[in-house]
Design a protein around this ligand. Structure first.
Ligand code: UN1
Length: 494
């Protein structure tokens, strides 16, 4: 493998199947380009198809025979070693992440550090109890449960967290004894290669983890349809999630979905306004707003809405948008030109429909930005709670302020969307915070902090259209990546 994030060097990267780096059977490759500079090729990656998927699933099925039956302690040791290896590579990989995905260098380093923490957490989790001992109606019966692995898991991941999300799916899958075929987003295959390299260098046996790069149609479809793939964990769009629900249900595969969000931050009249502004802006604009946990609705008490909106627009207009590898940049590009055009188009359409645009939403050029997918962060005022802007996930740096009369209306607005991933409230009042925590229909609730962010040791996932009633991370991951066996042991008559 070659290629480093100096903006010039490129390399050719392969699939990882049965413990070897191999090109696509067809020999085809695809290019990955820098979202800050479309003329710059980052690398060439295997453009795989169903032949490569079949080989990877075959390798994973064969490896499962020994990995799944092997020692959880041995698996923990490999994850622990992989965490240490990845930790040693944080500076380079964090830089490559920012180069390839477009989030700032600081965020790229932060995300790679998070991937290390996740690997380390699951090294520990692999050593936790795998079942429970129960009393029986027959006092002589030994009655216990044991959680066993599922088999070959298909892991399909998005580009917006190109190393943390793969880590938080792959680490528990492996820790609990499954084997994996991993299909990363085609916009960020380099980070996928780096994660797999760390696990391979840690001594993962051949076939336990297989990487197949390529398009959703040529790689994702055959992977999720392969009858040997017993479980699928997917993070991405609601559209693809909807298709997966049908195909997985039709063939009886276990399915875990993490989909979109339309996350609200409620700002009440008693909130510390500067604190709320900082968290609302970070929640909305970090990673260029491309997080399923991003804040996209600021639901603000009418008493403070004008002041809040004015300060918000002033601060957002001061965000420096530029090359994410430049330490002065506060926000990088969107993932590609199509995304940038889409977001700029949504902002323009909302403005034309009469919503009050205070700032942003323009494709940016100048200061070396004409070759990148740069858009200025956008703020809308007085947004109608039922408008497209208030209901649909735009997946970009766009924030709408919705004024409301107090807590009840704020919670009602917050809940009346089809998503339910994350929500924040800013208040100094404990009773208000607790009422919000009880009545909000989201899987993740924040009081006085931004909607985004996820610690590795606690469950992560949403209500309603944001997830599939399963949770990732923490101990919750064991529920998805294992199945329960209940064992009754009685002695034969003496
Ligand atoms: C975070 O908020 O730090 O795709 C994690 C996403 C989410 C992960 C968010 N599944 O944006």
């Amino acid at each position: 493998m070659s290629g480093t994030a100096n903006g010039r060097e490129i390399g050719t990267f392969k699939n990882f199947i049965a413990g070897a780096w191999v090109p696509a059977a067809s020999g085809r490759t695809f290019e990955n380009r820098n979202p800050s500079n479309r003329d710059e090729v980052i690398g060439h990656f295997a453009s795989s198809d169903s032949v490569d998927v079949a080989a990877a699933v075959g390798a994973a099925a064969e490896a499962y025979e020994t990995w799944g039956k092997g020692s959880a302690i041995a698996r923990a040791n490999i994850l622990h070693k992989a965490a240490n290896i990845l930790e040693g590579r944080i500076p380079e990989i964090g830089r490559e992440l920012a180069w390839e995905e477009g989030k700032t260098l600081k965020e790229g380093i932060g995300e790679t550090t998070r991937a290390v923490q996740i690997l380390r957490y699951y090294a520990g989790e692999a050593q936790q109890p795998t079942g429970e001992h129960y009393p029986s109606m027959n006092p002589a019966t030994l009655l216990y449960t044991v959680r066993e692995p599922l088999g070959v898991c298909g892991i399909v991941t998005p580009w917006n967290f190109p190393i943390a999300i793969p880590a938080w799916k792959i680490a528990p899958a492996l820790a609990f004894g499954n084997t994996v075929v991993f299909k990363p987003a085609s916009a960020t295959p380099l980070c996928a290669v780096r994660l797999v390299e760390a696990l391979a260098d840690a001594g993962l046996p051949a076939g336990v983890l297989n990487l197949v790069t390529g398009s959703a149609g040529a790689v994702g479809d055959p992977l999720v349809q392969d009858s040997r793939v017993v479980a699928i964990s997917f993070t991405g769009s609601n559209e693809v999630g909807g298709e997966l629900r049908k195909s997985a249900a039709a063939r009886g595969a276990k399915l875990q979905l993490e989909l979109g969000g339309k996350n609200p931050a409620i700002v009440l009249a008693d909130a510390d306004m500067n604190h709320a502004l900082m968290h609302v802006i970070n929640g909305a604009m970090m990673s260029t707003g491309q997080k399923c946990t991003a804040t996209s609705r600021a639901i603000v008490d009418r008493h403070v809405a004008d002041e809040f909106t004015e300060k918000l627009a002033a601060r957002v207009s001061a965000i420096r948008v530029g090359d994410p590898l430049d330490p002065d940049s506060m926000m990088g590009p969107l993932i590609d030109d199509r995304a940038a055009d889409r977001v700029a188009g949504e902002v323009e359409a909302a403005r034309k429909s009469g919503v009050q645009l205070l700032f942003g939403g323009e494709r940016l050029s100048g200061e070396d930005r004409e070759r990148g997918a740069f858009v200025s962060p956008a703020v809308f005022a007085n947004v109608d709670r039922n408008s497209r802007l208030a209901q649909e996930e735009l997946f970009g740096p766009v924030l709408g302020v919705i004024p409301v009369d107090g807590l009840d209306e704020a919670i009602d607005v917050a809940n009346k969307v089809r998503f339910g991933l994350s929500a924040s409230i800013f208040t100094r009042d404990l009773a208000t915070a607790l009422t919000f925590a009880q009545r909000i229909e989201t899987g993740i609730v924040h009081v006085n902090s931004e909607t985004a962010g996820a610690e590795p040791h606690v469950p992560f996932g949403g209500y309603k259209g944001s997830s599939s009633y399963s949770r990732e991370q923490g101990k919750a991951a064991r529920e998805f990546f294992t199945q329960t066996k209940t064992v009754y042991i009685d002695l034969p008559p003496a």
